[in-house]
Structures are given as structure tokens and as C-alpha cells.
Design a protein around this ligand. Structure first.
Ligand code: CA
Length: 244
């Protein structure tokens, strides 16, 4: 999470793009190459598994509707073999069970049509999380995201450099969201990780805590831009948009 660079930064990232629509393949080949990714392409589910088994990848971008094997089947199969980050791509209007996708091991998802910049931001976020996870001992004890800075050791939190007072569960909840920027966290995961067995009865407890966090960190808590609701699934801490 820190700003320190590490040895991986200079390496080109190898992405397996699983996509059967030629217009998307072309756009991704060009766009991702420009962003510093090496791209391999599979045009159906079976080809995806074949290519995946022959090479090493840093990330898989996986379309859901594919010839031969569905994206869900491909995701399950890859997950049985590897921890590689997987981002699912679904088309607008497709019936998508997001909870299921997260359960079978997808790291994130995007919906077509997407903007390349947003896709790349999500890809980088997923890769960053993986790196942090792998180097757990080296993680900075300061977490920064957008206007928020959390000092984990000191248990202090700042919004635009002004300290806000958080209760224990609020602090744990915000930390979990900040550690997973751009990623949907399901209600189940949030409750399990923050409350565990302490979570009793009222299913509104999580929402009450989210509401309180929003009142502290959002300019307009009724139209939140940092902690957003993914309806029927959970919550997400939005990636900070670049100003360009
Ligand atoms: Ca497709």
C-alpha cells in the first residue's frame, strides 16, 4: 500500500485475455500493450485452459459468455490450479450472480462496455493487493486511499489531514475497505472479518456502521463517492480517480 516501489514494478505484466469478441480483443491488445502489459489471447474457454496450463500469467481477464466452456467453469478450473488474480468481464444485461463469482474465486469484475482506464485501474488494484498479500510482513502500517489515511499501529484515522474518531469496529471496517480498494466486499465477508462471532441478531448493524463511516468521510453522505453500495452484494471502497 505504500508508495515505495519494488522490483516487480519494472517487469511487464503477463495477462491472459479470454475474449471471443474480436473488437474487444483488438482494443485490449493495443490498449493493454500501451499500458505495459504483455497480452496473450484465448478465444474460447477450452483454449483458455490450454494456454493457461502452458505458460505463466500474472492476471486473467475472463469474459463470462464464451464458446465451449463458460467463464464460470474456466474460473473454477483455473482456481483449482492457481492463485492468479482473475477479473471477470460480463456484458451489460447478462444475468450475473456477483456473489457466486466472488465465491468461486474471482477477484473482481467489470461490466461491458468499460473504459480502458477503469479496467487498467482495477487490474493494477488486484495486482497490488496480491503483492501486499505476498509481502505481508513488509506492509506499511500506514494505509492511504483518496483523502483517508489510517495509522494502524496508533489506531488513528485522518480525513484530509483532520483526525476523526472511530470506534473499534468502525476502524476495523474502514481498514478492511481501504485494504481492498476497487473491490466489492460482500456483506458476508465484511461481517465475518469485522465481527466474526460477535455479530448478533440485527442484520442492520453493518449498514449502521457504513452510514456512520460515510457521515465522517464523505462530503455528501447521501451521495457517497468513496464507500459505495453494490446492491444486493455489499460495499466497495472506490479507487481514487486520477485527475487527468
Ligand atoms: Ca463473450
Amino acid at each position: 500500500m505504500g508508495k515505495k516501489s519494488n522490483t516487480r514494478t519494472n517487469k511487464r505484466i503477463h495477462v491472459l485475455v479470454v475474449e471471443d469478441e474480436e473488437s474487444f480483443v483488438e482494443a485490449l491488445n493495443i490498449g493493454l500493450d500501451r499500458e505495459g502489459f504483455d497480452v496473450s489471447v484465448a478465444r474460447d474457454g477450452q483454449e483458455a485452459l490450454n494456454i493457461f496450463s502452458r505458460d505463466t500469467f500474472d492476471l486473467v481477464l475472463l469474459d463470462l459468455m464464451l464458446p465451449k466452456l463458460s467463464g464460470l467453469d474456466v474460473c473454477r478450473s483455473i482456481r483449482n490450479l492457481s492463485d492468479v488474480p482473475i477479473i471477470i468481464v460480463s456484458a451489460k444485461g447478462e444475468e450475473v450472480d456477483m456473489v457466486l463469482m466472488l465465491e468461486i474465486g474471482a477477484d473482481d469484475y467489470v461490466t461491458k462496455p468499460y473504459r480502458l482506464r477503469e479496467l487498467v485501474a482495477r487490474m493494477r488494484a488486484v495486482l497490488r493487493r496480491r503483492e501486499v498479500h505476498e509481502q505481508d510482513d513488509l506492509v506499511d502500517e500506514i494505509i492511504e486511499q483518496g483523502p483517508i489515511r489510517m495509522d494502524i499501529d496508533a489506531r488513528r484515522c485522518f480525513v484530509n489531514d483532520e483526525e476523526i474518531k472511530l470506534r473499534k469496529k468502525e476502524f476495523a471496517l474502514l481498514r478492511l475497505l481501504l485494504e481492498n480498494p476497487g473491490r466489492v466486499l460482500t456483506r458476508e465477508v465484511l461481517i465475518d472479518r469485522v465481527w466474526g462471532n460477535d455479530y448478533v441478531g440485527d442484520t442492520k448493524t453493518l449498514d449502521v456502521h457504513i452510514k456512520r463511516l460515510r457521515s465522517l468521510i464523505e462530503d455528501d453522505p447521501k451521495s457517497p463517492i468513496h464507500i459505495t453500495t453494490v446492491r444486493g452484494v455489499g460495499y466497495r471502497f472506490e479507487l481514487t480517480k486520477s485527475s487527468s
